[in-house]
Design a protein around this ligand. Structure first.
Ligand code: IPM
Ligand code: MG
Length: 361
């Protein structure tokens, strides 16, 4: 079994570096617990890279990411870069990493920790025991479709446009991922589309349905995205695996995160044939940067997913989840999940407490 791994760490902007710092503490503990050798290469991406090199995804950073066994990313973006050209915005780094490493499958689990059931804005009975997984297509659809842009018609009218396009192989490979992971869960896939209006997603439904014959042990249902948005707050426990397009997955995974109490709790894995990247689903949160207010748990939980999917070790994910549950169970909270009677801690202290818990275990 492989015992030496290269990890590319891309802290990015805003709270990215703060949450990455805590995740690295956890990574080091697991490294020594398992007797591994983990080599870390750090590289700038996003606004930080734009400031340093004039580009949000410098070739050297992309190379570092490509050469690693796995990539751990913080977050990118900030208001100071909102007015620069689209092609140079921090978000392009994320989209560039996803497309150039072929990370077409984005797994976003929304699982509620028992200690946080009352942190959700929804009623206890609606969210208690929630455990769903959004499988989001990540390198196609309207995010990448051509043509795209803003132009001016002959009569002088300006217009903006994007293209929602999916090829059959693109749909098939993400659907296979959803069916495969469902096999290891509750064997139920709900494919989400807008087949009543958009031809491209009617085609999505047709391809997913065709593929289902290879997975007859998995239950398949279909839902329109507007209904799914409603069902997620009405009765989210009806879902096991939600399979969906790039943009619908972006939106639905933010919605699903709030069922768990905070977007600061949701990790993610972006997987391709050769590469993989792990990141919290939240953004760079410039409004709380540098104030010890960021919740590092999503990034720490992403480290668990990294061991599971890229580093051939299943156990750390469970160790990290139970350390998180135990620290939350002691009434410790970051600002985003704070409630009456709990003890509020900063980003670093939350990281330290999870680290201590892991050392004990
Ligand atoms: C996400 C983010 C990104 C996306 C942005 C920052 C480009 O919202 O990972 O969900 O839209 O995919
Ligand atoms: Mg998003």
């Amino acid at each position: 079994m492989k015992t030496e791994f290269d990890i590319a760490v891309l802290p990015g902007d805003g709270i990215g570096p703060e949450v990455i710092q805590e995740a690295l503490k956890i990574l080091k503990i697991i490294e020594s617990k398992l007797g591994l050798k983990i080599n870390i290469s750090e590289a700038p991406v996003g606004g930080a890279a734009y400031e340093a090199t004039g580009h949000p995804l410098p070739e050297a950073s992309l190379e570092t990411a490509r050469n690693a066994d796995a990539v751990l990313l913080g977050a990118v973006g900030g208001p100071q870069w909102e007015s620069i050209d689209f092609s140079l915005r921090p978000e392009r780094a994320l989209l560039g990493l996803r497309s150039s490493m072929g990370l077409y499958a984005n797994l976003r689990p929304a699982r509620i920790f028992p200690a946080l059931v009352d942190a959700s804005t929804l009623k206890r009975e609606v969210v208690e025991g929630l455990d769903l997984l959004v499988v989001r297509e990540l390198t196609g659809g309207i995010y990448f479709g051509q043509p795209r842009g803003v132009d001016t018609l002959e009569d002088g009218t300006r217009r903006g446009f994007n293209t929602l396009v999916y090829t059959e192989p693109e749909i098939e490979r993400i659907a296979r991922i959803a069916f495969d992971v469902a096999r290891k869960r509750n064997k139920s896939v709900c494919s989400v589309d807008k087949a009543n209006v958009l031809e491209s997603t009617g085609f999505w439904r047709e391809v997913v349905t065709g593929l289902h014959s290879d997975y007859s042990d998995v239950e398949l249902s279909h839902m329109y995205v507007d209904n799914c948005a409603m069902q997620l707050v009405r009765n989210p426990k009806q879902f096991d695996v939600i399979l969906t397009t790039n943009m619908f997955g972006d939106i639905l995974s933010d919605e699903a995160s709030m069922l768990t109490g905070s977007i600061g709790m949701l990790p993610s894995a972006s997987l391709g044939e050769k590469h993989a990247m792990y990141e919290p689903i939240h953004g760079s949160a410039p409004d709380i940067t540098g104030q010890e207010l960021a919740n590092p748990l999503a990034t720490i939980l992403s480290v668990g997913m990294m061991f599971k999917y890229s580093l051939d070790h299943e156990e750390p994910n469970a160790w990290i989840e139970s350390a998180v549950e135990s620290v939350l169970g002691q009434g410790v909270r970051t600002a985003d999940i704070m409630s009456d009677g709990m003890r509020q801690v900063g980003t670093k202290e939350m990281g330290d407490l999870i680290a201590e818990e892991l050392e004990k275990g």
